[in-house]
Write a protein that binds this ligand. Sequence first.
Ligand SMILES: C[S@@+](CC[C@H](N)C(=O)[O-])C[C@H]1O[C@@H](n2cnc3c(N)ncnc32)[C@H](O)[C@@H]1O
Ligand SMILES: [Zn+2]
Length: 446
Amino acid sequence: MTSRDEGGSGGALVGGAERTNEEYFASYEDVEIHRLMVSDAPRTQAYAAAISKNKHLFQGKVAMDVGAGTGILSMLLAAAGARRVHAVEASGMAGVIQQVAEDNGFGDVIQVHHAKVEDITLPADEKVDIIVSEWMGFYLLHESMLNSVISARDRFLSEDGTVFPSEARIYACPCSLQTLYREQINFWDDVYGFNMTAVKNYALKSKMIKPEVCLVKECDLLAEPACVKRFNLRWVTEEEVKLFAEKTFVGVTLPGAYQGLCLWFECDFDGREYDEEGQELGALITLSTSPMTPATHWKQTVVVLGYGAAHTPGQPALLCQENLNASLDSDTSASPAMNSSDKTQVHTAPPQKTHENGSRGMETETCDNTIQPGYANWVEKDEVVGWKLLFAQSEENTRHYTMTVEMLDPEEVEHPIPCVCPVPRCAIIAKMMEQDEDGNDIIDCT
Ligand SMILES: C[S@@+](CC[C@H](N)C(=O)[O-])C[C@H]1O[C@@H](n2cnc3c(N)ncnc32)[C@H](O)[C@@H]1O
Ligand SMILES: [Zn+2]
């Protein structure tokens, strides 16, 4: 059991939550987790680009690095010209940051606070101009460090201050999971000549109650990805991340076996603004954890659907629990804040190398396609599929989320407005809104 599944619904609630926090921070004392995060190039390079291409936000400014870890982001902030960087780190890793700062000539700029950000105060009630934090967990919200960033923002950020990342979005897309099904579920159909379908059913059930953290291939995606939730991080409240549910309908673009819902997130760092002469300063940098971009340690999170789930509207397909099935592969790195007991090896398909267009940076992807039309989960091109995704943060322990997926009947359930599905009514509304907004993104996730 890990820091995330203890102290949950049972037992002494306050004690449980405190114990979970202790375990959470203890897990960040494992330097290997930090090596894996820092060496996650798409992640760290996105922060480096966001800071170096938006120097106007940092030069001569006071910054706060919420959850500084080894101090990498604090160093980037100091290198970009920040006057002072408050590096706040609750785990024992805080002990190395001052030395790292001194060794790089930033000893006078970086001020280390070895404490939870919720517990610190700044001298003379100083306000900060910018808060930078790498708080994102699997499917964005796992770990729930966002609550700490919100708390820091509300206490320390100046009125016209900035939060980096500035926006976060959760995406979802129906996907095929043929490799996972073949290797981990259908494997039990015939074992040394014995029928072990009872084990197969057990295996499927156990996959369905916990999301899988794994790499999904772009060619396994069966529709255009849908943005299901958007958070403006300058203004989002703890209340808004506590409980939300989104209905989504999409049109199938690639016929296939609809075996899972693939989730991932993107974060924007938008530092663009105009100076007095009307010149645009800064840049928009996006960190993506999608199957179409180079793999990160977050990989993707997959909700495994049962047989026929796509065509069984109304049934909750899944009541996911907080602890994920996650693999800790050396190629794609860490499962932060996870003890070794969490490291269930999953998805034994070779890690994503690349897409022909080079987006994932390696060789051409191939997808399993042994399943044919007629299979219970088969979906045809242009078929509309829908689901309701509900995220609920635990009251007792805000680091825990329960995620529920319910299949929706596209003919029975009212579609949201706007809706990205190809049903004529939705397409017309989307087109009108697109025209209204002069080419802006028509997927309004608010
Ligand atoms: C995902 S790591 C990021 C570390 C570093 N910023 C980096 O980019 O490599 C998050 C860090 O935040 C720390 N952390 C999480 N919640 C915190 C809180 N409420 N106060 C202070 N530190 C916190 C964790 O101990 C962990 O070291
Ligand atoms: Zn629709």
